[in-house]
Design a protein around this ligand. Structure first.
Ligand code: AMP
Length: 176
């Protein structure tokens, strides 16, 4: 059998010009649809963090939820959703961050984490690192520490990890 990364690369679907011109979108849904491959992918995303003392997984809306939940279960950690503004019902902390054009924001429940918690941030794709950087800022504002970032795909050519210098990054699949 081919190595996992090769099988994942062959299964991820690349959709040009989605959601806007010039973006080559990595569509992970074909991976989610294959039971054994999805399980292997989440296991590969969890494996580097076994024994790292992770108490909580912070999963970023929305595709980060799909990987974050099984990874939290695999690591025996709690799950904390980080969402787009206005989605979480109780008191939140908010972090604004720059996009290529304009700004966006993420929110997390203010009481979801506390000092002494050790957090693994999970998302589907690491591109420029803006989203993951905002999530890590939210985590640190609660007093919790960031153990690292686990992404399904790291688009290395966009330099995400170099913009997150204080964060250890793992990925199941890299491009560039
Ligand atoms: P960034 O903040 O630039 O690291 O972008 C990361 C976020 O944008 C992730 O939550 C991804 O879901 C999404 N994203 C960025 N680029 C792509 C891409 N080429 N294909 C799929 N999703 C992407």
């Amino acid at each position: 059998m081919l190595p996992l990364a090769d099988r994942l690369r062959a299964t991820v679907r690349e959709v040009p010009d989605f959601p806007k011109p010039g973006i080559l979108f990595k569509d992970i849904t074909p991976v989610l649809g294959q039971a054994a491959l999805f399980r292997e992918a989440t296991e590969a995303m969890a494996a580097p963090w076994r024994g790292a003392g992770v108490t909580h997984v912070v999963a970023i809306e929305s595709r980060g939820f799909l990987f974050g939940a099984p990874i939290a279960q695999a690591l025996g950690a709690g799950l904390v959703p980080v969402r787009k503004p206005g989605k979480l019902p109780a008191r939140t902390v908010r972090e604004d961050y720059a996009l290529e054009y304009g700004t966006d924001a993420l929110e997390m429940h203010a009481d979801a984490l506390a000092s002494g918690h050790r957090v693994l941030i999970v998302d589907d794709v690491l591109a420029t690192g803006g989203t993951a950087g905002a999530a890590s800022a939210l985590v640190r504002r609660t007093g919790a520490s960031v153990a690292g970032l686990s992404v399904f795909i790291d688009l290395l050519f966009l330099g995400g990890p170099t913009r997150l210098p204080a964060i250890k990054v793992s990925s199941a699949l890299t491009y560039g």
